[in-house]
Structures are given as C-alpha cells and as structure tokens.
Design a protein around this ligand. Sequence first.
Ligand code: MIC
Ligand code: SF4
Length: 643
Amino acid sequence: MPRNITQKIIAEHLISGDMTPGSEIQLRIDQTLTQDATGTMAYLEFEAIGQPRVQTELSVAYIDHNTLQTGFENADDHRFIQSCAKKRGLVFSRPGNGICHQVHLERFGIPGKTLIGSDSHTPTGGGLGMLAMGAGGLDVAVAMGGGAYCIPMPKVTLIKLTGKLEPRVSAKDVILEVLRRLSVKGGVGRVMEYGGDGVASLSVPERATISNMGAELGATTSIFPSDKITYKFLMAQGRSDDWREITADEGAEYDDVVELDLAALEPLVALPHMPDNVKPVAEIAGLPVDQVCIGSCTNSSLQDMLKVAAILKGKKIHPRVSLTVSPGSMQVYSMLAKNGALADIIAAGARVLECACGPCIGMGQSPGSGAVSLRTFNRNFEGRSGTADAGVYLVSPETAAAAAITGVVTDPRELASYEAPVLLSAAFLRNDNLLVQPEPLETADSVEILYGPNIKPFPVADALPETLRAAAVLKVGDNITTDHIMPAGAKILPYRSNIPFLSQFCFRQCDENFAENCKATGAAFVVGGTNYGQGSSREHAALVPLYLGVKAVITKSFARIHKANLINAGILPLTFADEADYDKIEQGDELEIANVRENLQNGGTLLLLNRRTGEKFPLLTDFTERQTAILLAGGLLPYTKNS
Ligand code: MIC
Ligand code: SF4
C-alpha cells in the first residue's frame, strides 16, 4: 500500500501497536535532546530509572534557556547537566553554542530518524525529514534508557504547497497562515505533512521555521520530504552521508488536505495574546512599536539573519525602538561576523544578544509597561515576556526589521528597495568547539555527578486510591497554557529543579492564592475548558500541581504533551462526556469520584459527584491499557520500576 512520509517513518520504528489513527503505538527512538530548563529534571528522572548510560544512537544535552547567571542556581544546573552528560554518554552543548533546535538541525538531525526532545519545538527537525516530537522529561528519560515512546497513532494532514513566495513574504507567513486557518487546536492528534510543488522552493531553514511553529497548532509534529534541497543543506554541513531521500509514495493517502498557494500569501502578524490571532500586517500598519526582538528557534537561521542585515544595512533604528538580535547558533553568529553582515546589524543600533532563547522565554528584555513588542518568536501568551500588560506581536524577520527602522508596524513590501542578501554557502563554517563528548564507557564510573544545593527531590504520586474527594480549587477557561500553570521567566526559571520553591508561582496569573488554597485543602481538583495545557512540554506543569495535591484535572479537552505529562506524574486527566457539564461546577465545589480503580480497570465510566448540587456527571476515560496501568501505579516512574 502506498504510504506517506509519516507512515513510512512510523512503520520503520514501530515496536508494537496498530497504525490506526487514535490507537496507541510504541516507537523506537533514535535520538533525544534536552535543554537545561527541562533537562535537570530529566536527568534526575533518568537516574531514578537506574540506567547507567544512554541507549540511543545519539542523545544531546543543550544549555540554551537559563543562560542568565544572576545567582548560583543556573551555573550549578549547567554543571550538573554537564556531569550527567559526561557520565551517562551524551554529547553536551555548552552555553553559547546556540538554541537546541537550531544546533540540532545543523549538526545532528538525520532524515528518516526519530527524535524526541524535552521541548515542544523539537518538531523543528521535521524541516530535515525527521519524525521529531516534543515530550515530557520523563518520556525522554525513558527513551534515553532505550525504552519506547508511546503516542496515539496520529492522523496525517497534507499541507499541499503550490507556487513560490513573493519577495519579502517569508516562511513565517506560511505557518502564520496555517495557524490563522486551523487555530491553536487545529493540529491536535495530527502530523502536518508538507508536500506539493511549492516545497521545492523552500530551503531547509525555511522548512524548519514552518515545522517549528507547527507546535502552536497542537500537532504531534510537522514534517517535510527529504529531497535534493535537504541533501545540499547536509552537504554544506559536511554531513552528506546522513542524507537519504524520503518522499511520499505516489497515491499515498491523507486524512485531510489543506491547499496553500505560496504566491498568494502576504506578510502576516499574530496579535496578542495567541499565535492564531492572525491578521495581515497591512491591517495594523502604522501602530507605534517600542521593541523589536529577532531570534528564537523559529527565526534565527543564517538566512533569516542575512535578510535582517540587508534591511538594516546603512540605516538607523527608530529612536523609540529597542532592537535585539539573537543569532540561533555559534555557526550562524560566526558566519555573520565573517561576512560583515553582523557589522551592518550592529551599526544600525541593534543590541546583539548571545545565541540562546533569551527574551523568548522571558530571560531578560521584558518590554516596558503597555509596550508593543514585535518578535520573530512563536508564542505571545499573555505575560510570557515578563511584562503583564505588554502586547507581543509575532512576525517574520522582514516585518520585524522594517518596524525597527520606521518605528511603526510596516508591511516590509513598502520598504524602499534594498540589496537582497547573498546566500553564502556551499559550505557552512563548522566549529564544534562548544560540543563536549562524553567519557568513554570504560572510565565513566569515575565521573562524579555534581549536584548543587538548588536541586531538590521531585514528588512521586502514591498509587491511585479507590475514591478521590477534593474541592475544585480552581476553575479556568479554554486554551490554558503551561505558561499559566507553571510560568517561566528570569525570576522563576532558575528553580526548575526545585519544585517546592516553584510551587508558590503555580497558576499565579489565574488565581494568586492557588498554591495557598491547595495547601489549605490538602487535595485539589482543577477544572478547565478546551485545549487545556497547550504550549510548552514542561512537565513542571504536572509535577508542581502534584506537589500541591492536585489529584485530577477535569476539562473539555487536553493538549497532547500535557495530558501525557499528567499521566506520567500520576494525576488523572479526565474529560467531560458532555461539555455542558463544565457549567455545572463552580470554583470551590466539593467533588467526588468513587470506585476509581475498579472502573478504570474495567474500562467503566467514572462518575463525578458535585456534592454541593448532588448532580452526577459522566467522565471520559479514554486511556490505553498502558496508561491505565501507569495511573493505577501512581505515575510512570513507579510503573517503570515495578514492571
Ligand atoms: C517554551 O518555549 O515554552 C520552552 C521554554 O522552550 C518550553 C520548555 C520549557 O518550559 O522548559 C517548551 O516549549 O517546551
Ligand atoms: Fe527557546 Fe523560545 Fe524556542 Fe522555547 S520557543 S526553545 S524558549 S527559543
């Protein structure tokens, strides 16, 4: 039977399961990556699993999120991760080497391989034809130990590209258009597979921009074919041997098809505070801009930076605007320096930041009160920038650079003509000085793991009891993000390995008394709307609620990675059988679910009793056998240890 790209790679990596959409499949994982903000926890979990060395073809530990060192915490965590990498057999990418997804694309990604990473933008690797997925730290730890990665078999949507982008319209505009049409939940349960004649006009970094921000659709991942363009990219990286062609078979079937004419696109912008709140740039042209930030794993390739440099060349940034530029990797940074484009960026007045996530995760550069900030990033959730009342607008590098000069939102097609950037490179500059290789197996025993005082034990749930009774300590609406549940930012991120400290910030944006209320009641339920837990893969959004006594989260629907993280942590993720029942619960109501273990084991329905009204609501428990066993055991760790 003819197969699409997704089905081909899944079939090659299938350990067990049946490839019918929705049913659970277990996949062999070739590569893993972690970053530091989720990595400390992942390595603590790896240790708890008890495996001495990683069993994958390649595992890389990156440092790119917590690079501000305003106290000892981040530096200690870097040292901890470096020592784990050395002992356990991982390549370590030192701070300054770049954003995990950009570096992985350049130095390690291989078409046709599977990759999971403890970061939701791991699908960036889809630009190279990898099946690359974001996952919680514990799932990555299990995969590092050679275990399978379990997901529901995704549906596959073909995004059929035709035509070619007009000048100054960008790959970013492609994914913004997809978000405009499909919304932040449009990709749930799906792989977005790109095909059609238009694919050939897109470079690997452009494809990576599109697959990267497919995360904002809630998709399992996004993927492009591996073709001649992929070959050229790998060749320029000195890795032509890693190439293999992967295309969909003639007559391959898809669950649905979205047609997109690249030539018809115009510059787009996602308005505050959701990545799918997309409008043409022309519609808000003239809006005064205070800050422009260029970079992040979505838009920090050499190609993007050269476009920015070409627009800024010989110009001066507007007096109102603060412009920051973060190249995605040391490779990008050094090539910019070598060819002189960096000098054009600096001369125009940009503040050049290190090769890291930086402002994207609120690590510095919080905008001023009520500011308008144009960013080439992928998320504009309220407060994520560190300034609660700032408006973050997501745009392409061209649109960002145009506003930096004019001081107002500007359609880049309105700019006077500028010299188009010369795309260097039959060969990229290669310098792996900031990659550290692990200790050989024979001597690994002698390597000491270096724990800092900020590393605290993480919570593990007890086996599931027969009856759950607790108050609905919090009731929230639709599209709650993991940034709501467990915020990031410069003040909090250094405590990613200290769950007790983090707990005081849980759900702060929704209810500043959440943590205290949980502590007062000892046990809690959270009630939510649709797409609960979208955004980041951070398992802290499950571990911290677990620490605070959350037993179950009851919603209209969940985002994929967060649901998996809740199960892994031993918190029940339940959905209303009838969405209208959501309205029949008020914050503070006492709720009870009886016969939990028995009903889960028999595949029966759980009934939620609202003790205030006496009403009972059926809840869906669409768990696989494995997930049920994990929940009964109290989470993935006790389950893995017992099995
Ligand atoms: C993000 O973009 O929100 C992050 C920070 O990269 C997260 C990971 C994290 O919370 O550490 C992600 O996307 O998974
Ligand atoms: Fe880093 Fe931002 Fe990308 Fe997350 S989205 S990996 S914080 S650059």
